[in-house]
Design a protein around this ligand. Structure first.
Ligand SMILES: [Zn+2]
Length: 238
């Protein structure tokens, strides 16, 4: 079997997009051609009494050497470069600049949940991050009776107190419906679209609350530098 190509994936261990190669099993004789795909495929037909729904190939990450398992359908024309699934799933977070570490870590975790299809966990995590940001930024997170305001009211306060523009507040009304059930009833289904919407919204809020000001400060610093240079030129200094 001549196979030049190798499947690639983002390795669950080193998080680098890597080639997945066959492990080097012991070569006993000089004329042996090395490890063949079939050597690394499980379960063996003799072990599963011939009824195999999927087959699994154990690969090794070319970058870090950790095993990554590919699942293939039981099909004669299977494309070994395109597995149906990789095990373990690789979760992919997100990097945020100019955002407090705690907020960035928690928001990144919501992205990790999304990347492995855990949409309920995405929504619950994202809602919690939104609520934590709002609690910190609004003047009074508790209502008149001293009770904690809900996410809906806190998002409204963010708009009223000018922390986020009113346009974003309009999109917030959808957030109150998405996953509001799942915080009270974990069995409530959450779609991929809903999870994706709340992540987009979370990113907008993070941008408004943290990143926009940082960008403005950088702009201000540059603009000051320009005027210093201009002044120096006017007065013939170098
Ligand atoms: Zn790796």
């Amino acid at each position: 079997m001549e196979r030049k190509r190798m499947p690639t994936r983002i390795c669950w261990n080193c998080h680098v997009l890597s080639n997945m190669k066959l492990p080097q099993l012991g070569t006993r004789y000089l004329y042996e051609a090395g490890t063949q795909l079939m050597d690394c495929m499980f379960p063996k037909l003799e072990d599963c009494h011939g009824n195999r729904e999927s087959s699994f190939v154990i690969y090794v990450c070319a970058n870090c050497g950790y095993p990554n398992i590919a699942r293939y359908p039981q099909d004669e024309n299977v494309d070994f470069d395109e597995p149906e699934e990789w095990i373990p799933a690789s979760s992919i977070g997100k990097e945020y600049s100019d955002v407090p570490r705690t907020v960035a870590d928690a928001a990144s975790e919501a992205y990790k949940c999304f990347s492995i299809g855990a949409y309920r966990a995405t929504v619950i995590t994202a809602r919690s991050v939104l609520e934590a940001i709002a609690t910190e930024k609004i003047s009074s997170p508790a209502n008149d009776r001293g009770r904690d305001k809900g996410l809906k009211e806190k998002l409204k306060n963010l708009v009223d107190e000018g922390v986020i523009p009113s346009q974003l507040g309009d999109y917030a009304s959808a957030i109150k419906d998405i996953g509001n059930g799942s915080t009270h009833n974990i069995f409530e289904p959450v779609t991929k679209n809903e999870a994706s919407y709340i992540l987009d919204f979370l990113d907008m809020i993070i941008d408004e609350v943290y990143q926009r000001n940082a960008k403005l400060k950088k702009l201000a610093a540059k603009s000051q530098e320009f005027s210093r240079v201009k002044e120096a030129k006017l007065f013939g200094k170098h």
